[in-house]
Design a protein around this ligand. Sequence first.
Ligand SMILES: [Zn+2]
Length: 280
Amino acid sequence: MPSNTTIYTIPARTGDYVSLQAGQKLKLINPHGNQVIDFWAFVFAGGAPTNMPTSFIRSTATSPSTAPSPAAAATETATETATETATVTAAATAPAPAPAPFPFSTGVQYFSASRTRSILSKLVPSAVDQDVLYTNKSVPLFTLVEDTTTGIHDTLFGCCDRFRYRNLGVGDFEHPSCAENMHLALRKAAAAGLFPAGSISSEWTPDPLNVFMNVPVTTALDRPSGGGRIQCVRPESRAGEYIVLRAELDCVAVMSACPNDIISGVNAGHCTGVEYEVLS
Ligand SMILES: [Zn+2]
């Protein structure tokens, strides 16, 4: 985790993470122009406001069951033979395996593109309005405090993953992806002790903020083919342009220099590295 104003480079087609404290600012830089950065952020248990709900379920009350539990049934069966008794006793005393989180452990919050769009009533947050990025629990996570681009970013496109490349004619696991970069970065963050390993399922990737990505929306709803179409076109960001996000919560931010060179519009057909800097 950087603690000064060192500029860190994320090589082309790869990702990285950074741990942020509330109040710190993260500067995402496009040193070569035309390169998209997929951006995520996660708030792990202990970093969220204590007055937030810990469950999406309104009531946890359950009705008592009249049927014997599987454990009770197993105990009855175990009395039949000594061998079976030993087996069941061993199973009963063994620690229960920790449930695998899906998609994430209780208490984890994450940047939510859909919540942010809904709360802002915008497709793209703006530094002009000092717009806030929200978590899945509608808690302010970042404020977009500065943007030297023309303000073109995207919250609609899901990040590239191996399934998308497979559909684009690339063999499974034969092309790096933003989803893979995100999970590899999170794995490193967990190894660094920032949160318990396994807190986030490798099968789950939330929608990112696509920094510098250019996805115009067709709004001509009276067209015969309908409106609301989106298309990736060449980014307009120029070399040296950047955005600055102020963290409102302690969090782990993850960035991917999008490796998509299959769809020419995404990164103008040429993937490059990007840079970031933490400003206290
Ligand atoms: Zn990508």
